[in-house]
Write a protein that binds this ligand. Structure first.
Ligand code: BG6
Length: 494
């Protein structure tokens, strides 16, 4: 079903996100009939560019990054005529007035009823000024709805996030603000609630009676690439922890929502965030959180530089490119169950995986004593492989009750003909339909910051806790101790 017609305003239209993710997402949606014909996309950036040049950029981006290619010339031409470009100085309200005039023309041309979606692929310090000028330029006066879609990071800490939110709320209502966490747009992250609540055999076991620990790994092989300037101020905790990792944790830990309604799900997620045990001192942070930076190393024999040698990174940087933590969810369901989370750049594989490790069967005269039984595992593979597998113990064929672990596997991404939508497709489509389920609400963001801020503060007080790991390795030794202290270990990822 096509979303209701709207003008999409793409701020940052000459940037990397637009090129890698947003143009391809719009094209896939168009191709699948989810955009219809009543829409326009206005590319906005400072740099002058003609409509033709802009369409050329879009074309190239699609052929490089989209899961569909723009092979059919007729279709491409139809799609491209929805795209226009306007150079804009976002600090000057006059340009916004002109944009409003242009919008009126686009509404007429494409039969759009004044619906406007403002997508800010910009640095967060520009969210406030752009919002004020959208209002000042008259862009919010059209009939129809107005929605603001913004990228992370939403602030640098709770304080700055609060200030940012105050600015935005002078112009938009909370219901009009769509804060992107693109992990929530991933099929397998959305699938967590279906697996949990549409099956009879997971939910009864989904608690501290049966689960020993949960492990969430989000590993990347890349280094900081050209983003050293941004990343060095952010680090892994802010770049991945505050948002993607905590969001995945909430999806695993939340109670079933009463309805499949955006607020139903988001209410449950925020309850999990409120239940996170806060670290109360630097010592507690040191015991439960490990931070590290990659040093020189190698991958498959290819030498890799240290983080401190990367472009735009200071030679004495103390920024973490890796962190691992033991997180406790202090509520009835999860009391006593550690959640181990880890993420890092320059690790050996790119993967996102959740492992649920179940408690062992009671030691008994049957098998547990005679053989060293491994625990049952449920593994949710988020990307690049998508699927789940369950590790169970079974009899080794031909043996005398010898037990061996076997895996029952559902590989979604291996299915023939499957062409999974990209996270950004799902999210843009949802925003265009007014479904904010998989966007983060202000109270979630605030709770996540207040958890992360304590860690960041402890790190500021003790900068020398930073560990180093060779690029291409699984991180510092200390992250193994986090688990070993509790009698667990990280399960190898696939
Ligand atoms: C982004 C981070 O939010 O997520 C990047 O800023 C990271 O540092 C990226 O590389 C990972 O996303 P994905 O979808 O490739 O796993």
């Amino acid at each position: 079903v096509a979303a209701e017609g709207a003008v999409f305003y793409l701020f940052g239209a000459t940037g990397d996100l637009a090129r890698r993710k947003l143009f391809p997402a719009l094209f896939s949606l168009y191709k699948e009939g989810k955009l219809g014909e009543q829409f326009a996309v206005v590319g906005l950036a400072r740099r002058p560019r003609t409509n033709e040049q802009f369409r050329e950029d879009v074309y190239e981006s699609i052929n490089e990054f989209c899961r569909y290619k723009a092979k059919d010339a007729d279709m491409w031409n139809r799609f491209a005529q929805h795209f226009v470009y306007m150079p804009l100085d976002i600090h000057n309200v006059d340009g916004f007035r002109e944009l409003d005039r242009l919008s009126g023309e686009l509404d007429k041309k494409f039969d759009i009823k004044g619906n406007r979606l403002f997508y800010l692929a910009l640095a967060p310090e520009l969210f406030g000024p752009v919002s004020f000028n959208l209002k000042g330029g008259g862009l919010l006066e059209s009939p129809g709805w107005h929605r603001l879609v913004i990228e992370k990071p939403f602030g640098y800490d709770l304080d700055s996030a609060r200030k940012l939110n105050e600015q935005l709320s002078q112009v938009f209502n909370e219901e009009e603000i769509y804060r992107i966490d693109h992990y929530l747009g991933k099929e397998m992250v959305q699938n967590i609630q279906v697996l949990r609540f549409a099956n009879a055999f997971f939910e009864p076991l989904w608690n501290n009676q049966h689960i020993a620990n949960v492990q969430i790994t989000l590993s990347e092989t890349v280094g900081v690439e050209e983003r050293g300037g941004y990343y060095d101020n952010s680090g892994a905790l802010r770049d991945m922890g505050q948002n993607h990792m905590l969001q995945m944790l909430t999806m695993i830990a939340m109670e079933p929502p009463s309805r499949l309604h955006p607020e139903g799900l988001r209410d449950e997620k925020v309850k999990v965030l409120r239940s996170l045990r806060k670290y109360n001192s630097s010592d507690e942070v040191r015991q439960n959180v490990v931070r590290a930076q990659y040093a020189e190393g190698n991958q498959g024999g290819k030498p890799l530089p240290a983080y401190r040698q990367e472009e735009s990174v200071p030679a004495d940087s103390m920024t973490e490119t890796y962190f691992a933590a033991k997180v406790m969810v202090d509520n009835f369901r999860w009391a006593g169950v550690p959640f181990f989370i880890r993420t890092g750049k320059r690790l050996p594989v790119k993967t996102t995986e959740v492992v649920i490790e179940f408690k062992n069967v009671p030691e008994n005269v049957l098998f547990a004593k005679r053989h060293d039984l491994g625990p049952n595992l449920l593994v949710i593979r988020v990307n690049p492989m998508e699927g789940i597998y369950i590790k169970i113990n079974a009899k080794r064929p031909g043996s005398d009750n010898e037990v061996q672990p076997v895996a029952m596997e559902f590989c979604q991404s291996c299915q023939v003909g499957i062409n999974t939508p990209e996270a950004y497709e799902l999210l843009i489509y949802d925003a265009a339909r007014g479904d904010s389920t998989y966007f983060t609400r202000w109270d979630e963001v605030a709770q996540a910051w207040s958890f992360v801020d304590r860690i960041a503060q402890a790190w500021r007080e003790n900068p020398n806790d930073l560990q180093f790991y060779p690029a291409g390795s699984w991180g510092p030794e200390r992250s193994k101790r986090l688990l070993a202290d509790e009698g667990f270990h990280w399960w190898p990822v696939n």
